[in-house]
Design a protein around this ligand. Structure first.
Ligand SMILES: Nc1ncnc2c1ncn2[C@@H]1O[C@H](COP(=O)(O)OP(=O)(O)OP(=O)(O)O)[C@@H](O)[C@H]1O
Ligand SMILES: [Mg+2]
Length: 400
């Protein structure tokens, strides 16, 4: 039975499967340029509930929806950042009728399932869906998957940090007996998790992951958006001007990818506004400081519990912000301790497949996963703390 893995993100989803050709987890492409060169693996978590000519609902999803949203043409009946906004049994007014978030997430899942099935020529009867380690809405995901055609017994949920490590491990060997910090800074949330990798790909958690919502890249874009609205004396209303928001995002990406760029420009109406890198860093600091604070708390907890750290895994689009790396180095890490995934951020989706393969080969790791769930969801840290004698004689590489 074929299984799809979905990394359900605030900004993007990614999906992966076990390719029968390579025998390895592979990311699923959602499209390519005309030469089939630049395939894209990230599916914008965006939907527009349009109506066709007969008045029937026409759900536009992914890149097509995103492109339409940022073109400024449609701002109505748009669902964007749903992972940050969704609540169980809560509805949104869409085309004048209430629609539950379970249904909206299901519409996204259905579209991903369809694209994946077309692209892999495969029916996906089972699914693994990843979610942040600190996450209250597991049931919402299960209900959405059910609506999308995966009944509960075909759905596996997996914590993103675990999936990220498995995804990284496909191409990069993470040594056994390593203390790992997973720093996952995405579009919505920052999630920082400490894990200890024992032998045989077994991971141990000692305290719950720490995280914060609404400080990821989407919220960084909003900080810039507010700044430019004020500068251009534009009224801020509940209806976001996505076209302008997208220009703000482009500024962020420019500063992030070109380290020598000292200033950038944005056009609003007929006017061009400039922004310096210093001003940019100052504006986004309110969000990036929160991410670094979460990391500091995890490091403090490691210190309190005498846990060592060998590597820090940088995951998520917002971890590419130069200010983030600078701040991490200031906390005492050195360059060779930082690991990141080359190319597009697909480690979490790949890890959903890799973890499942391992589970089906080795039932004991399922037990380990149950422990993790208990630890995270019931916060039963004391039950599991220091159970492992390995810490008594381990040769620590670096103590923070
Ligand atoms: N080079 C870059 N520099 C800065 N930010 C970037 C870069 N590339 C992508 N981003 C931002 O990263 C965010 C998306 O990251 P990612 O795909 O990891 O998030 P997500 O998985 O959708 O969200 P989450 O995990 O928080 O639910 C967006 O806000 C995007 O603008
Ligand atoms: Mg993510």
């Amino acid at each position: 039975m074929a299984r799809l893995s979905i990394d359900f993100g605030t900004s993007y989803c990614a999906a992966a499967w076990l390719s029968p050709e390579s025998g390895k987890p592979e990311a699923i492409s959602f499209g390519a340029d005309e030469y089939n060169n630049n395939k894209y693996y990230k599916f914008p978590s965006a939907l527009i509930y349009a109506k066709d000519q007969a008045g029937n609902e026409d759900v536009i999803v992914g890149k097509q929806a995103y492109n339409q949203i940022i073109s400024g043409k449609s701002c109505k009946n748009v669902c964007y950042k749903i992972k940050s906004e969704m609540r169980p049994q809560v509805t949104r007014q869409i085309n004048g009728s209430p629609k539950r978030y379970e249904q909206i997430v299901a519409d996204l899942f259905k579209a991903i399932k369809k694209r994946a099935s077309d692209s892999c020529k495969q029916d996906f009867e089972e699914v693994t869906i990843t979610h942040p380690a600190n996450f209250e809405y597991q049931q919402l995901l299960i209900d959405a998957a059910d609506i999308a055609g995966w009944p509960e017994n075909k759905v596996t949920l997996l914590e993103e940090p675990i999936a990220a490590i498995y995804g990284f491990s496909i191409n990069q060997q993470i040594p056994d007996n390593s203390g790992l910090v997973v720093f996952d800074y995405g579009g919505g949330t920052i999630d920082v998790t400490y894990l200890f990798k024992k032998s045989n790909n077994e991971f141990k958690w000692f305290f719950p992951p720490k995280g914060e919502s609404k400080c990821g890249g989407e919220y960084i874009d909003l900080e810039l958006y507010r700044y430019f609205c004020k500068l251009a004396k534009l009224e801020m209303s509940d209806l976001i001007n996505y076209e302008l928001l997208n220009k703000c995002r482009a500024i962020k990406i420019n500063f992030s990818t070109d380290q020598f760029l000292t200033s950038d420009r944005i056009s609003i109406g007929d006017t061009i506004y400039a922004i310096s890198r210093n001003k940019f860093n100052e504006l986004i600091q309110i969000k990036t400081d929160r991410a670094i604070d979460v990391l500091s708390k995890v490091l403090q907890e490691c210190k309190n519990q005498d846990k060592t750290i060998d590597y820090l895994l940088l995951n998520g689009g917002s971890s590419k912000l130069p200010i983030i790396k600078e701040s991490i180095l200031k906390l005492g890490f050195n360059e060779d301790q930082l690991i990141s995934f080359d190319g597009e951020d697909i480690a979490v989706a790949l890890g959903g497949v890799a973890k499942y393969i391992e589970n089906s080969q080795n039932k004991t790791t399922l037990k380990e996963k149950e422990n993790i769930s208990k630890l995270v969801h019931n916060q039963r840290v004391s039950d599991l703390k220091f159970k492992d004698p390995i810490f008594d004689n381990f040769n620590f590489r670096k103590k923070i």
